[in-house]
Design a protein around this ligand. Sequence first.
Ligand code: BGC
Length: 618
Amino acid sequence: MRNLTLILAAALTLPALAQTPTTPTPAQTAAAAVPSADTTWWKHAVVYEIYPRSFKDSNGDGIGDLNGITSRLDYLQHLGVDAIWIAPMYPSPQVDFGYDISNYEAIDPQYGTLADFDRLLKSAEQHHIRILLDMVMNHTSDKHPWFIDSASSRTNPHANWYIWNDGKPTSDPRAPNAHKGPHGWVVPPNNWSSLFQGSAWEWVESRRQFYYHFFYKQQPDLNYRNPAVEKAMFDAVRFWLDRGVSGFRLDAIATIYEDPSLKDEPLTGHLDASGFPESNHTLTSDLPEVHDFLQRLHNVVAKYPDRMLIGEIYTPNTTTLRSWYGTADKPELELPMDTLLGFHKEGAGITNAANPTLTAAHFRKYITEAETELDGHTPLFVFDNHDNERSWDRFTTPNETFEQKENIAKIIATVLYTTHAASLTYYGAEIGMTTHTPTRKEDVQDPIGITGWPKEKGRDGERTPMQWTPGPQAGFSTNLHTWLPIGDDYKTINTQTESTDPHSLLRWTENLTTLRRSNPALHDGGIIMLDNTNASVLSYIRTAPKGARPVLISLNMTAQPQTIHLDLAAMAGIAVHSLKSLFGTEDLSTFACKDCTQPAFTTDLTLPPYASFIAEVQ
Ligand code: BGC
């Protein structure tokens, strides 16, 4: 789709755009260089997002399910995954494929049963994999009993659980969205637009009132100014914590409060794909109350040992990102998503969806900021998710060869697994799955792709079934009709084929996650950015805990060979006798380390195009 992350990023953080980026102080830089002995699991975690419809179908209905996930835990363990985040698998009419929940304490029959879920939890534990659930707090489905009740009258027990409004009077019955209220014709109370196109207000005849929805009209926003709503949601959180989940990814958490003034928002000057004027969401997202709410939620979760919260947060800069961690006294999120590196284009206008490019400057800036300006909090880097074109397509150009694209994907994986950040990846990224955007409107499943066609083609492209084998339906399902078509590149891009190719992206990823666990510098080391003015090559070193060796990472982000000279003594105070290649892209490992038992070379390196180089300093 036209980058949802970027639309959200633009939408949710307008006031913060005025903030000037800060430069890390020498003290911040020095602190980032120090190794840590903190063993808290999520600070080192490889988190893997599973979109359950698309991961593995165990019963042949063409839709992935929980037993399918359980059947692939060996694969995930081998891949080095510490935790899986499962996108919503609760009962849902599936308008937004699970992000419209009709019961927070059960499993959608399409995906299995609570017994299947418990079996998955148990088996995951045996595989040393934790389970994180997606908690959608901003809204429910319009088929949730709370909303059905709420919409039925103005006096029912749930009457005040959603955002209802009488509208404002109009003398023009033909005005857009005009309805006959109890006291005459009315239109919505303001100009607020839905992120998923059109007005954010929907009329309900039984109440003769409008309700507010930030997303689809089938996703009415809950009213968090009513304490009963918060209590119900916290009960749902406890329900899953009691069952044994390790935490949650909080969906769209910045949007749970709206400004009670209901004033108009400034317009962005753009029309959405349906032709409706976009408002900038400054009164409908990131209100101060969200932070108080998160502190209360954190208190609930902290009663359970070792649990954690990830937040779906989009910020335009690191200063804003930092606020989502809360403070030592009042913690909020353990890991707010850092999407600056993977999705944010420096200088992009607030509505100009744009992708970051593969440049050393971009990566250096956001890695440096994450490592030095988050007050020592662990960043969570994200390059892929179920709402955006896959990074394989966003960081490459159509005229690059497959090999170049694969090497770029290896660079991204290297950044994801060799910085000190926790990492979040999306199923299929490890094998280089590409975005398969529908080419015909009649094939589209995602509603925004239907209403927005052809300007907005929806998010189906990044949600196609996991490609397991070169066989029928890529080993995803026995059913010829899968809910989305299998990507046409599955014969070569699949786990089975790649697992036998030592140079594949899958093997690259496995090597990285293994190294990240076993190598003390990659596991616990601090980080020092090197060669900071080099426009072509990104270099950094992970400092080593006592008794271990530092690790150097150099990534050539250009299509030309690049020679670098790294004086590690001057740049990082690290004496180098030799560098031993741990591994690198094929050409480089041949070049760099013909015999890895011998000192390979000094710190003058020529990196082939798009090469990744990872070496131990000896
Ligand atoms: C999720 C989307 C979903 C939306 C509404 C997002 O942020 O990631 O997939 O459509 O929230 O729940």
